[in-house]
Design a protein around this ligand. Structure first.
Ligand SMILES: O=C(O)CCC(=O)C(=O)O
Length: 207
């Protein structure tokens, strides 16, 4: 069982200008972060992921692994993803973050940013396989990176630093109004792992 700081500890709890977005800086302690980073780095077989963009198939500028319960099929970036099984560290984190967010997550997208040239383009997590009532909850381990936010009406821009052990909870409305992404940086940065726990509306599958 992972012990994390209480969610409503206001010293660690920030309400962002973006309605429905909550950041819990340093939610995991430094030693928990080191422990999980090492486990996740070695337990997961990180892969280059194909994405389809404007009719072209490209390799995403990051490594990834999609994990989840049987039947938690997820189509994103134009490709159908079948979940690989949970690893011990991912199961432990799923339990902790499900308790925190008050929803039973059934999948996680794991991302490894190898250096400052790895990134994530602006997008919303609004695919039709996602449960539209459920929040999405992410945790970051390793290097601090900047998350960019753009409102869909083009009126607002925000920047958010995501550091080691930070948790982000996005309520469903956030995806309707905003896009987010991870900027490239010229700064020399170490590796960063981000896990985004999601609730997929499951389908029956032969697997
Ligand atoms: O790396 C991050 O913090 C962002 C991940 C993300 O945008 C996603 O998984 O949809």
């Amino acid at each position: 069982m992972i012990r994390v700081r209480a969610r409503r500890d206001t010293r660690n709890f920030e309400i962002m200008k973006i309605e429905g977005l909550e950041q819990l800086p340093g939610h995991f302690s430094t030693s928990q972060c080191g422990h999980f980073f090492e486990l996740l780095r070695s337990e997961i077989d990180w892969q280059s992921e194909e994405i389809k963009l404007f009719g072209k198939t490209l390799l995403a500028p990051r490594l990834s692994s999609y994990r989840g319960d049987r039947g938690a099929l997820y189509r994103y970036s134009g490709v159908d993803r079948i979940p690989e099984p949970w690893t011990p560290a991912l199961s432990e984190l799923r339990e902790a973050l499900s308790r925190l967010a008050g929803v039973e997550f059934n999948s996680v997208l794991c991302l490894l940013y190898r250096d400052g040239s790895d990134s994530m383009g602006l997008h919303s997590d609004d695919e039709r396989d996602l449960d539209p009532q459920a929040p999405i909850c992410s945790v970051s381990f390793g290097a601090t990176r900047v998350m960019l936010w753009r409102s869909k009406d083009g009126m607002h821009r925000e920047k958010l630093e995501l550091g080691d052990g930070d948790v982000l909870i996005m309520q469903p409305g956030v995806q309707r109004a905003w896009k987010h992404g991870i900027a490239k940086t010229r700064r020399k940065v170490d590796e960063r792992i981000n896990l985004t726990f999601r609730r997929i509306m499951k389908k029956v599958t032969g697997r």
